[in-house]
Every structure is written in C-alpha cells, then in structure tokens.
Design a protein around this ligand. Structure first.
Ligand code: NAG
Ligand code: NAG
Ligand code: NAG
Ligand code: NAG
Ligand code: NAG
Length: 231
C-alpha cells in the first residue's frame, strides 16, 4: 500500500484532486487488506488502577490467510523490547501453545476469531508503558506488522481519566468542528458582506438624501447670503 499510495498523496496534488485521491487510496486500502494487519482496537490505550487486571487487546487480519503466523507481545522496558509472550499459530482455527516470559500474563485470546489478546493480572506501576503486538506471516515473505498499546497505571480513577477522553474526543470532534466552524464563518462572512453592501447602498441613498437637503440648505443659505453682500 505504501508504494502504491505514494502516487496519490493528496497533499501534493491540488485541493480539487484531494477527494479523488482519498477515494483512490481507500480503494487501494481495500486491495492492500490482503496483507497481515494487527489491531489493538480503536482506543489504543488504557488507564487502569494499580492492582487491577487488564486486557491488552490484539487481533490480526489477513485476506490471503495465515500459515505458521509468528506473533508476540513485547514490552518496551526503558527502550529495550522485552518479550512478554510468543507463539506460532499454525492456522486460523488452531489454538496455539503460547510461551510466556513475563509474570502475571495469561494468553486469553486463544486465537478465537484471530484474537491474540493477553490478560495482565494484578498490575503494578512497573507494568505501565508501551506494549507491542507483533505479527509476521510467512505467506508474505516475512513482512513485519505491529500495533502499539499503552497501559497507564494510576492510583485510583482520577478526573484526568475523563479529561484524557475529552481531549481525544475533542481532537476528533475538533477537526470536524473546525471544518463546520470554517464553513459557518465563511457563510457568515458572505452574509455580513452582502448585508454591508446593502447597507452601503442604503448609505448611498441616505447620503444622496442628505445631499439634497444640503443643497436645499445651501440653496436657502445662498438666498440669505446675498443679503449681507448687498450691504
Ligand atoms: C498498589 O496496589 C497494591 C495492591 O492493592 C498495594 O499493595 C500497593 O501498595 C499499591 N501501590 C501503591 C504505590 O499505591
Ligand atoms: C527501567 O527503569 C526503571 C526506572 O528508571 C528501573 O527501575 C528498571 O530497573 C529499568 N529496567 C531495566 C531493564 O533497565
Ligand atoms: C492476583 O491477586 C489475587 C489477590 O491478591 C491473587 O489471588 C491472585 O493469585 C493474583 N493473580 C496472579 C496471576 O498473580
Ligand atoms: C479477545 O478475547 C478476550 C478474552 O476472551 C475478550 O475479552 C475480547 O473481547 C476479545 N476481543 C475481540 C476483539 O474479540
Ligand atoms: C522483522 O523483524 C525482525 C525482528 O523481529 C527483524 O530481524 C527483521 O529484519 C524484520 N524484517 C523486516 C522485513 O523488516
């Protein structure tokens, strides 16, 4: 997909081509769906309380199917990747035997519906950090695929939890909102400009009316002015 979509980078083309480019990329996206993909869900992070048990979600998808898919979970320990668990999945139906390297870890996905999620029991603050769900399908000549999940460990459910959700929601909503606001602002500007134009026309009418009265006044002044000159 990367190689193919280089030609349709919407930012390089004019804005009128952006929509076409997007549709094209989407079509390519459907095409490229044959490659293996790892998913950690729509929300790739979790904030959990110290002592609780959490699910680190991960599923895989591959249109060409899998055969001896190698997968593992890795934990980023101060920059070095530590294996949490690993396995070879023979087929999409098989329940793999998973080797576990980290304490309090349980493989609960059981490859059921391509689920390779793990459970982390009784989490501590040391469990916080970045977990990578990694997969390599020999059918794809050993291309690497991965997805990252963040675990945040807190003392108790804080208000920050909500704030973080709000920040993310507003980031997504903000982009849409910005577009809407932009359109509204544009329309409002056009509206105000047209109103101002109307006002200007009115002003012109009014000022011409003033001109008339001015003329009338100046006319009367002109009438009165010659009187002192006659003196
Ligand atoms: C975390 O939770 C465990 C079990 O509830 C507790 O023993 C420990 O003191 C807690 N740690 C902190 C730093 O609160
Ligand atoms: C990672 O850093 C933490 C805190 O700085 C330390 O306690 C821990 O031992 C380190 N782990 C490794 C594997 O270096
Ligand atoms: C998690 O903690 C509970 C209660 O403290 C304990 O019974 C259980 O064995 C622990 N599980 C693991 C996997 O350590
Ligand atoms: C994966 O399996 C776990 C444990 O059975 C389950 O909680 C989770 O919802 C599953 N995820 C998906 C995407 O099916
Ligand atoms: C895939 O990852 C492995 C390490 O897990 C590395 O040795 C290999 O070079 C990578 N392959 C590609 C194509 O990036």
């Amino acid at each position: 997909m990367e190689v193919l979509s280089v030609g349709v980078d919407p930012t390089r083309l004019g804005p009128s081509y952006a929509a076409t480019g997007l549709i094209f990329s989407l079509l390519l996206g459907v095409w490229s769906a044959q490659a293996l993909e790892m998913f950690v869900g729509k929300i790739p992070f979790l904030e959990a309380v110290n002592g609780s048990t959490v699910l680190l979600p991960c599923t895989y998808a591959s249109c060409i199917g899998i055969e001896n898919l190698y997968f593992n979970w890795q934990y980023n320990e101060n920059g070095t990747m530590q294996k949490v668990c690993e396995s070879l999945i023979e087929s999409e139906e098989s329940v793999p035997h998973v080797t576990i390297y980290r304490e309090r870890v349980e493989f609960v996905g059981k490859n059921h519906h391509n689920n390779v999620s793990i459970l982390l029991w009784n989490i501590t603050f040391d469990d916080a950090g970045q977990y990578t769900c990694f997969g390599r399908n020999p059918k794809e000549k050993g291309r690497n695929h991965s997805a990252i999940f963040h675990l945040i460990v807190v003392d108790e459910v804080r208000v920050v939890d909500k704030t973080l959700t709000i920040i993310i929601a507003s980031a997504v909503g903000g982009a849409i909102g910005f577009l809407m606001a932009f359109m509204l602002l544009k329309n409002l500007t056009i509206f105000i400009l047209s109103k101002l134009e109307e006002k200007n026309k009115e002003c012109l009418v009014t000022s011409s009316g003033i001109d008339n009265t001015d003329n009338g006044l100046s006319g009367s002044k002109a009438d009165s002015k010659p009187t002192p000159k006659k003196k």
